[in-house]
Design a protein around this ligand. Structure first.
Ligand code: 3PY
Length: 330
């Protein structure tokens, strides 16, 4: 009996298989080569037995919620692995206090999210969404658009948050001959700066005043919540565009709506809002100078596959007492 138990794969709790919030079915099939997957529903049905077996929680798009109650019910939990880089939905201190490790998947997310930032910048500058609407409209009399877009070539891009994703945005923007400014808690080393031609702005205000495009790429923390409000929007050029690919809460959305309505800034391109999705009557959904995508920074087949693979690697390492790839610390 003992040998049979030893051979049992590690038990991992996930929210649900399939559906909009679920782990993809083909990923589950892959994971099951190494793990025993338990859905939240199965767990709740047979909690008394399963709670002792579960060694990892697989948080796929914010679910399941890892709260005190869940942590208390899993005495053999070793690790919580999170899809994506942002862990603002996890109470790290609480999780660590249970002696549980946490890992995320920064490498899977950084390139596709940077790509999306550039895509939003170009889509806004070249009015791609409006162009599409004209091209498919039954009424062809506006076919030759009676408006013009802006070029990004030679324009100034201000990147707020120069971590893994921000730096990849800069690498891409360099290819457009953009002038790149950045603001970050810590200045990057000179080699990194020179490789992309990025100039450090110690004061975010300086970046806001000078940029034609401002891209937000920070982690959501108490320090970055509502980082961009009425005052900051007021410092931006009336011709500037704000692009957000990190978290909606980094912007004071009411202030953004006012700034967009009153010509304080020209446009916004947002992959993230709060809440997600926005209520259907929200002003941001009805302004012509706004483009919104439904939080698709990492929504590529390659990224999601790599996320799942990295999460699996972190689970197996933690369970086997090995160094955990992408482990987060306090
Ligand atoms: O990596 C993250 O935090 C994401 O939001 C993925 O889209």
């Amino acid at each position: 009996l003992e040998t049979m138990e030893e051979k049992e794969p590690p038990y991992v709790l996930i929210n649900v298989i399939g559906g909009p919030d679920g782990v993809y079915e083909d990923h589950v099939a892959y994971l099951e080569k190494h793990l025993k997957i338990i859905t939240m529903k199965e767990f709740l049905k047979n909690k008394q037995v399963l709670r002792h077996k579960i060694q990892a929680v697989f948080v796929w798009y914010y679910k399941p919620v890892v709260d005190k109650e869940l942590l208390q019910s899993l005495p053999n939990l070793k690790v919580v692995v999170n899809s994506g880089v942002g862990v603002d939905h996890l109470d790290l201190k609480l999780i660590f206090s249970f002696g549980v490790k946490v890992a995320n998947t920064p490498l899977a997310v950084s390139s596709p999210t940077a790509d999306l930032g550039i895509a939003l910048m170009l889509a806004s500058a070249r009015r791609i969404v409006e162009g599409h609407q004209i091209a498919v409209s039954p009424d062809t009399k506006h076919f030759n658009a009676d408006w013009l877009g802006e070029e990004v070539t030679g324009a100034t891009l201000g990147i707020i948050g120069m971590g893994g994703i921000g730096y990849k945005v800069a690498q891409r923007a360099k290819a457009f001959d953009m002038k790149i400014l950045y603001h970050n808690r810590n200045r990057r080393n000179v080699v990194d700066e020179e490789a992309v031609g990025a100039l450090y702005c110690h004061k975010m205000e300086d970046l806001l005043r000078q940029s034609d495009f401002v891209m937000l790429v920070v982690n959501l923390t108490p320090q970055t919540a509502r980082l961009i409000g009425e005052k900051e929007l007021g410092l931006m050029k009336p011709t500037a565009t704000l692009i957000n690919i990190c978290r909606g809460q980094v912007i004071d959305q009411d202030a953004l709506v006012k700034a967009l309505q009153n010509g304080i800034i020209k446009a916004a391109a947002l992959d993230v809002t709060y809440p997600e999705p926005l209520p259907r009557d929200h002003a941001l959904l009805h302004l012509k100078n706004v483009i919104i995508t439904p939080h698709i920074g990492s929504a590529t087949a390659q990224a999601r596959h790599l996320m799942m693979k990295n999460m699996l690697e972190s689970i197996l390492a933690a369970i086997n007492g090995l160094p955990v790839p992408n482990e987060l610390h306090v």
